[in-house]
Design a protein around this ligand. Structure first.
Ligand code: RB5
Length: 146
């Protein structure tokens, strides 16, 4: 799978670990930055990755900031994006299976590297169930049109 990844300054080390993990699993990764340890603004990277996912440049996105919150809030402003902050595998699975989320977010100051890898693996293994969940996702999308 082609996966876009983005982060702020708080997540450089964790991002490097996640990129290696994804590549080991055979995924293609597009790194949208930041790659500097200078303090930066997480909405910038949230938006870049969200637009790449919405445009189909990458199939899914992963966003990491200190908590996962700010960067996912920014991503969710882009039409067609459903970004979920997941700090454990169960939520990551359900975010795909029921909510068909297209961006996974987590916090570098919340989860350690091994838990983050477990979250990512669970997310990537899970598939949207459709059916009644499609109707609910469509209702979320309809809000964007109002
Ligand atoms: C940066 O200090 C921090 O605010 C950011 O990484 C993130 O946690 C925001 O939601």
């Amino acid at each position: 799978m082609k996966i876009g990844i983005g982060n702020d300054h708080s997540a450089l080390e964790l991002k490097a670990e996640i990129i290696s993990f994804l590549k080991e699993k055979g995924h293609e990764v597009v790194d949208y930055g930041t790659n500097s340890s200078e303090s930066c603004d997480y909405p910038v990277y949230g938006e870049i990755v969200a637009r790449a996912v919405a445009a189909g440049e990458v199939e899914q996105g992963i966003l990491i900031c200190g908590t996962g919150l700010g960067i996912s809030l920014a991503a969710n402003k882009v039409k067609g994006i459903r970004a979920a902050v997941c700090s454990e595998p169960f939520t990551a699975k359900m975010a795909r299976v029921h909510n068909n989320c297209n961006i996974l977010a987590f916090g570098a100051r919340v989860v350690g590297a091994e838990l983050a890898k477990m979250i990512v693996e669970t997310w990537l293994d899970a598939e949207f169930e459709g059916g009644r969940h499609q109707r609910r996702v469509d209702l979320i999308t309809a809000i964007e049109e109002k």
